[in-house]
Design a protein around this ligand. Structure first.
Ligand SMILES: *Cc1c(COP(=O)(O)O)cnc(C)c1O
Length: 397
């Protein structure tokens, strides 16, 4: 079946929740993708910041193949060597003390909210969670309560116990904290909100504020974690340690796995039976995550992401100077947003035709979240195509 056959068939059976492109991908290697018609693409989306080590990295493939043949699932009634090793790795690279493994980003945030409330209730606080405007923490009921209003429309009643304040505004958080408050949740770099980094003083201020009030600070590093910004976690750029951190996306190298990490202070409030999951961290996905972390480590992909980012920003600066349509670029490491004058979606569509997968977010932001090991040749191809597309007289949606 070709792209169109698959696209049409998908429409017959799948819920119409996604406005998909009429493209079906059937193979990937590093930062290259092939669609069902045999056309090749350069991938700057990486499955939305998921395949941080590239598609089908041999070490990840062999870890998954080996594990699939040995033991895929056993339930969390039992211990597995893969979960033990992964938890140890996560504790080591994060500087936090405890791990709970989940299946997705939203599920990590849901768990983080539960854990924060459990801690709060044991310390005589309420359950209110303060989140930021323009944030994104997932699409489940509690996570849409923390996020943008557009995702809440039509799904009421929305869970209560949430309050929102503007991002990067410390005094707004301070004003929102009352005796009902248990925690503040923030993305150190907003992803879906348009690749907007937090200010260092803001995150430091949040840390001090939370300590002062005895409440918890939660970092959602689902998009910005796992080497994406050139360090293991975005928090490492800011030198601020949260009480709870959520992970997913890049963690499994493509396998669906997430994690909630927390410090001992929080962990001490958690007891047997407080949370659970059937699949969470099963040997198959844990093996994939271990291999992914090892690849990032062995191939020095944090350093590489930083170097590639510097080089790419230099090249993008040339394009920004050349094209009125481009305003600026922001972000950290290989989590970059090109700010455009108008909607980014028509450019994304033209790039797809030219064999480049990129993404539009927050309207006018062209988001680039490629694999950390994308080559300069591949990026040069993207830059050429972007230059050409922007040089066209009229781009129509
Ligand atoms: C993608 C994302 C989520 C949600 O993850 P899912 O796996 O889609 O549930 C949560 N928080 C942030 C910051 C994200 O980027």
């Amino acid at each position: 079946m070709n792209n169109l056959d698959l696209y049409t068939k998908d429409k017959e059976n799948y819920l119409p929740t996604f406005n998909r492109f009429p493209l079906a991908f059937i193979k990937g290697k590093g930062s290259r993708l092939w669609d069902a018609n045999g056309k090749e693409y350069i991938d700057l989306l990486a499955g939305i910041a998921v395949t941080n080590v590239g598609h089908c990295h041999p070490k990840v493939v062999s870890a998954v193949q080996k594990q699939a043949a040995e033991l895929m699932h056993i339930s969390n009634f039992f211990v597995t060597p893969q979960q033990v090793a992964l938890s140890e790795l996560l504790v080591k690279i994060s500087g936090l003390d405890r791990v709970f493994l989940t299946n997705s980003g939203a599920e990590s945030v849901e768990g983080a909210i539960k854990i924060a409330r459990r801690y709060a209730h044991k310390h005589g606080l309420g359950g209110k969670i303060i989140s930021m405007q323009n944030s994104f923490h997932g699409r489940t009921l509690a996570t849409i309560a923390t996020g943008q209003e557009k995702y809440q429309q039509g799904f009421g009643p929305i869970p209560t116990g949430f309050a929102q304040v503007p991002f990067n505004d410390l005094s707004a958080v301070e004003a929102a904290i009352d005796k009902e408050t248990s925690a503040v949740i923030v993305e150190p770099i907003q992803g879906e909100g348009g690749v907007v980094p937090a200010e260092k003083a803001y995150l430091e201020g949040l840390r001090n504020l939370c300590d002062e009030k005895g409440i918890l600070l939660i970092f959602d590093e689902i998009q910005c974690g796992i080497g994406r910004t050139g360090k293991w976690f975005a928090k490492d750029h800011f030198g601020v340690q949260p009480d709870i951190m959520t992970l997913a996306k890049g963690l499994g190298g493509g396998a669906p796995i997430g994690a909630i990490l927390c410090n001992d202070k929080v962990a001490n409030a958690i007891e047997f039976g407080d949370h659970g999951t059937t699949f969470g961290g099963n040997p198959l996905v844990a093996a994939s995550a271990i291999a992914t972390i090892e690849v990032i480590n062995e191939e020095h992909l944090c350093k590489r992401a930083t170097e590639t980012s510097e080089w790419l920003r230099g090249k993008l600066a040339e394009l920004i100077a050349k094209h009125d349509e481009l305003v600026d670029v922001r972000g950290v490491g290989l989590m970059l947003g090109i700010i455009m004058k108008s909607e980014a979606k028509p450019v994304v569509l033209r790039l797809l035709e030219e064999g480049v997968v990129a993404n539009a977010t927050a309207g006018n932001i062209l988001r680039l979240v490629p694999a950390l090991n994308i080559s300069r040749d591949e990026l040069n191809l993207f830059l050429e195509k972007l230059d050409a597309v922007l040089s066209e007289t009229k781009i129509s949606a």
